[in-house]
Design a protein around this ligand. Sequence first.
Ligand code: NAP
Length: 297
Amino acid sequence: MMQDGASRCRLGVLGWPVAHSRSPAMHNAALAFLGMDAWSYQRLPVPPALFEQTARALAQSGFRGANVTVPHKEAALALADSASASAEEIGAANTLTFGDDGSVAAENTDAPGLLAALELSPRGMSAQILGAGGSARAAAWALREAGAREVKVWNRTPARADALARELLVQSVPEPRAADLLINCTSVGLLGPPSGSEGASGLEPSATDVAELNQLALTFDLVGEYSHVIDLVYGSGPTALVAAARRAGARALDGLEVLVAQGALSFETWTGRSAPVEVMRHAARAELGRGDALTRP
Ligand code: NAP
């Protein structure tokens, strides 16, 4: 059954896990601010085996669009009927738009979102990316396009970093190297600290911080070598990486600013309205302030 475009007002975020996502709070605040009462944005927890059929079903169920998060971004591009040139080059999509004929169009707003959050030009800078999934692809493409001098990629599974490096014309490395800019594009830290542990907010590194940095093949000394650090992961407090970078005197951002910047671009794609960015930022931060980040069981 095809949907009438006028009744196509549902939005959501597809992920696994997705309970951590601040996108619903952020987008619903923007919709309310603009008086778009018929619209709504919801979490859509979908395991990988059900991703394609669920995304296609959304197109038939009153959905105008969906964000796509971990681990579905590459699958999102693969299932789309059309894609922007940048999403094609990146090899991953975080924004799907559903047409009235049931078609699916893919876009990648992670790349421009990252550059907007960085607040400085990476032209001439060296960069170390951690991870080789959908967001690492967007980061590598964005930095290369913006004129970074060198972009290195490390990943837990080296073959995936090698493939990314070949396709996006950057360099894969067997361990992270010192650089001007470090971007964590892995899911390490996504679940927050184990319940009962102090987490990364203490003045001294905890055993959890050390374990988290170890998963990223980093040491505290190496973290001190980067002047700018972005951790795409965000939670109710700083991640171990952000805390370590700040202790070392680096300028460190968590993923919230990237979330707001990519979300604003997705919002404009779906609704054709200017995104109320301050409202979105405030809603995302307020949600974080509730201290309800996921903890491991
Ligand atoms: P993805 O495609 O599933 O990739 C996940 C990456 O994390 C892979 O490189 C994977 O390595 C690595 N990884 C997972 N567990 C690991 C561990 N225990 N130790 C070391 N590496 C590990 O996910 P994605 O879409 O790129 O997203 C990655 C993260 O960025 C997620 O936490 C997501 O929430 C966050 N993100 C945030 C924003 C934002 O707006 N703030 C935007 C995009 C993404 P293997 O290849 O070895 O499995």
